[in-house]
Design a protein around this ligand. Structure first.
Ligand code: HEM
Length: 205
């Protein structure tokens, strides 16, 4: 790895961790009875914050291939795995908030919520698929799975669709942000369909 790439990777790590750091800082302010941004319902706030960042990272991960193709920024591919894993990281925080702070490890109620509420079921399927992609994102798994790896990792489109649908269904009042997420996703998927039709490609790596 060149020095420049290592430096850029360090910058991306730092930027990707900023939201988590900010959330921890706000959590500390709340714990310490100081002024904070976590609203009157911190659990809801954490749901929104981590959920929104998870969607953003998933969408940024999906944007890498079109950006690379359109502008010839081939080095971007070196950041795709990292961005995807940060999406997973924010999903883990989101799910942990649900399990630990929202439901205090009440597994029966958690299970009922996942089964009873389609929006939560969508989120759960997306989270499980993301876990699978995160596990198989290593060089060892890429080598072991060969062509199957490409097929498996196409699941990222389904994950993005489920995540944005979950986002739409969970927001009660202002739909503007999930609408923006949905439009970005439509653009990214539209570009891929256009490119595939244009080039008649079989797989899209
Ligand atoms: C890829 C997986 C997931 C993504 C990207 C995601 C993203 C989001 C987003 C963006 C929101 C709306 C935030 C807002 O109102 O601005 C949200 C809300 C929510 N999500 Fe998820 N989510 C995922 C998985 C899950 C899972 C697995 C669960 C629980 C099992 C869950 C539980 C919730 C709950 C309870 C809310 C509503 C919070 C509230 O309004 O009080 N999510 N999620």
């Amino acid at each position: 790895m060149t020095r420049q790439l290592s430096f850029l990777k360090a910058v991306v790590h730092l930027l990707a961790l900023l939201p988590a750091g900010w959330l921890m800082w706000q959590g500390w302010l709340l714990y310490d009875y100081q002024d904070h941004e976590m609203s009157a319902n911190p659990i809801k706030y954490i749901h929104h914050f981590t959920g929104d960042w998870a969607v953003r990272f998933i969408l940024v991960g999906l944007a890498i291939t079109p950006l690379r193709k359109m502008n010839g920024w081939n080095k971007l591919i070196k950041f795709r795995r990292m961005i995807g894993l940060y999406g997973f990281f924010y999903v883990v925080l989101h799910l942990s908030n649900f399990i630990v702070l929202d439901y205090y490890f009440d597994w029966m109620t958690i299970l009922k919520e996942i089964i009873k509420r389609p929006a939560i079921s969508f989120g759960m399927v997306a989270a499980c698929l993301l876990l699978l992609l995160a596990i198989t994102s290593t060089k060892g798994w890429i080598r072991r799975l060969g062509k199957k790896w490409l097929i498996l990792h196409q699941a990222v489109y389904l994950i993005a669709l489920l995540a944005v649908t979950h986002n739409m269904m969970m927001v009660k009042a202002d739909l503007s942000e999930p609408m923006i997420h949905a439009l970005i996703l439509a653009g990214l998927l539209g570009y891929r369909i256009y490119d595939k039709v244009r080039l008649g490609r079989k797989s899209y790596a």
